[in-house]
Design a protein around this ligand. Structure first.
Ligand SMILES: [Zn+2]
Length: 184
């Protein structure tokens, strides 16, 4: 799956969270969530040399891969440690907890952005999960590649179309049923 599709999915997931947020969130927080969703949407592919993320953020890619090397003792596998569900879940819990604390504005900004990154990250893993290769979803508990779909790379336009449809559908639901809908 290409970087654009992942970024689109990341931003869409953050948008869905904003649409469903109750009570409605501040514009600044919404912007941070969208930025986080954009970053998180492509972040997991730092493990692939030719990915958009690796090409556009070379220094960060080297740092992240060095960190993985330090953790695992060997080089990174594509869709391995960086594609485990544990990362977005942990990041979400830490960021959400930090966002509820009475702390400095910088921590609040980082926490809100962290929530957005976790949502984008989760969308990336979900999309890769739908491909025939799958991901190491349960790493470090299992190194088995899990796949729940058979999307091929050439179906990228279809995937983008489906993402846009889902966001439009949820937006319409929210417009029509507003206060009775709650996603979180
Ligand atoms: Zn990926």
């Amino acid at each position: 799956m290409d970087g654009f599709t992942h970024r689109l999915a990341g931003v869409s997931t953050a948008s869905i969270a904003i649409i469903g947020a109750e009570p409605h969130i501040h514009l600044a927080s919404a912007t941070l969530l969208i930025i986080g969703g954009y970053i998180g949407g492509e972040l997991p592919d730092f493990d692939k040399n030719q990915s958009d993320f690796s090409q556009n953020h070379k220094l960060l890619t080297i740092l992240l891969n060095t960190f993985v090397l330090f953790l695992k003792g060997k080089s990174n596998t594509h869709r391995g440690i960086s594609h485990t569900a544990l990362i977005p879940i942990t990041l979400y819990l830490i960021s959400y907890h930090a966002s509820t604390l009475p702390c400095s504005p910088i921590i609040q900004v980082l926490a809100t952005c962290g929530i957005g990154i976790s949502l984008g990250y989760a969308s990336h893993i979900l999309l890769d999960l739908l491909t025939s290769m799958g991901v190491m979803f349960f790493y470090p508990f299992s190194k088995k590649f899990i796949s729940i779909g058979n999307i091929k790379r050439k179906n990228t336009n279809t995937t983008r179309f489906i993402i846009i449809l889902i966001v439009f559908f949820i937006w319409q639901l929210q417009m029509n049923y507003g206060s009775t809908l709650q996603f979180f």
